[in-house]
Design a protein around this ligand. Structure first.
Ligand code: FEO
Length: 399
């Protein structure tokens, strides 16, 4: 990807990773990008780098704008290696002694990732750095989503360089929201649900802090995906909703099945939810990636999990999903459990235990059915769906 001038003398010199399909367990069917930004002022600053294997492309992009040796300083907003992996080659190219700005935790994290003795300058919230005509202000954003994360704000141009915040795994030649022909919000929602959900409370607090600072934000430049310039407020408002886990009248029925019996139960439960006025979709865990299911969980009012009993326990994909969901800590959900079994039938109890540990409210006993569900069993599943659906309709306002 050639450099893109995003504002006068400010360039995105990052790269597209068109073919990545798995980002540490998160499916990325549209690839991703590792954005890095070059500000050409009296001093020339580079904000973030890219994955190690794309470092040469990043350096070529910088060289298309300025001689890399003229880069005066680097800012590392976050140490995760999709943004710092290119640092060794970049620092070698621009000069190992050039200042490298990072948060205090970033200083620690960088030194635990790289043996080089770089000229590290830790900065804290509110500290500024003059580039000549422009001034950068740093804002620590701990646990959004690493302990070292920070944002860098460029006052004169109203640009927030937001690291992983407001990002999306989406590779595109169109680098701005207003140039896209596809809806980017589902990609941003997936990113939030799978990367940031766990830190929802901190994000809500951070949004309050940023609002109190009354920053003039005209453009948000995340390290992944497109840049928000048409209406940056739209993604900030979405983060406000997602961080508070605002629910809609929607339920996720997620399951796996061995001989279609648990599947038939899932479909009957969805029909019951639908009859009660709740949107529901059965999501088979070998048809839907866990990260796509979590995207739906984000604004769902209920998560109803089904598993056949295999070898006295959970089906492996269901165990995987429950572990994944538990780590991301979705809140304020109703839970449900169901499953077909042959002779022992422990899976439903195991699901209920897991959901209780996640503090989901179980409003009705889960449904176990031996072997193939007939008409009566399917009706029981439907009624289970209706029961949960009625509670959702009572408690969640229509959107
Ligand atoms: Fe995109 Fe947390 O790295």
């Amino acid at each position: 990807m050639a450099p893109v001038e995003i504002a006068p003398n400010i360039y995105d010199v990052g790269v597209n990773d068109w073919n990545i399909r798995d980002f540490h367990g998160y499916s990325t069917p549209f690839g991703s990008s590792y954005n890095a930004f070059l500000i050409v002022d009296e001093k020339i600053a580079l904000i973030d780098t890219v994955k190690k294997e794309f470092a040469d492309e990043l350096i070529a992009n910088i060289a298309a704008v300025v001689d890399p040796k003229k880069v005066d300083l680097v800012i590392s907003n976050h140490t995760e290696m999709d943004h710092s992996g290119g640092l060794p080659r970049v620092m070698h190219r621009i000069g190992e002694d050039k200042p490298l700005y990072c948060s205090k935790m970033g200083q620690k994290n960088l030194s635990m990732h790289y043996p080089q003795k770089w000229n590290l300058h830790p900065v804290g919230t509110g500290e500024t750095l003059s580039l000549g005509r422009r001034t950068l202000t740093f804002l620590e954003t701990r646990m959004v989503h690493w302990p070292d994360s920070m944002f860098t704000y460029l006052k004169e141009d109203g640009i927030l360089f937001s690291s992983d915040g407001f990002g999306q795994h989406f590779a595109s030649l169109e680098k701005f929201d207003d140039l896209l022909t596809t809806d980017i919000m589902p990609h941003a929602q997936k990113y939030f649900a799978n990367i940031l959900l766990l830190y929802g409370n901190l994000i809500a607090k951070l949004l309050e802090e940023v609002a109190a600072m009354k920053l003039d934000i005209r453009m948000i430049c995340p390290d992944h995906g497109i840049i928000w310039r048409k209406d940056p407020g739209k993604i900030i408002q979405a983060y406000d909703r997602w961080s508070r886990q605002v629910q809609s009248r929607k339920a996720v029925v997620v399951y796996d099945t061995m001989w279609h019996s648990t599947e038939a139960m899932a479909e009957a439960i969805c029909e019951g939810l639908y009859e009660a006025g709740v949107a529901a979709r059965p999501m088979h865990l070998r048809s839907w990636h866990r990260s796509d299911v979590l995207t739906e969980v984000l604004d769902a009012a209920a998560v109803i999990v089904g598993s056949p009993t295999l070898n006295n326990g959970l089906f492996p994909t269901v165990a995987d999903f429950l572990t994944y969901m538990k780590g991301l800590k979705p809140k304020n959900k109703l839970g449900g459990a169901f499953g077909s079994y042959g002779w022992s039938g422990e899976a439903v109890k195991r699901i209920q235990e897991e959901l209780s540990e996640m503090k989901f409210e179980l409003i009705a006993e889960g449904i176990r059915h031996q072997y193939v569900p007939g008409a009566d069993a399917r009706e029981k599943c439907k009624e289970y769906g209706r029961t949960i659906g009625r509670r959702i309709v009572e408690t969640v306002p229509a959107s």
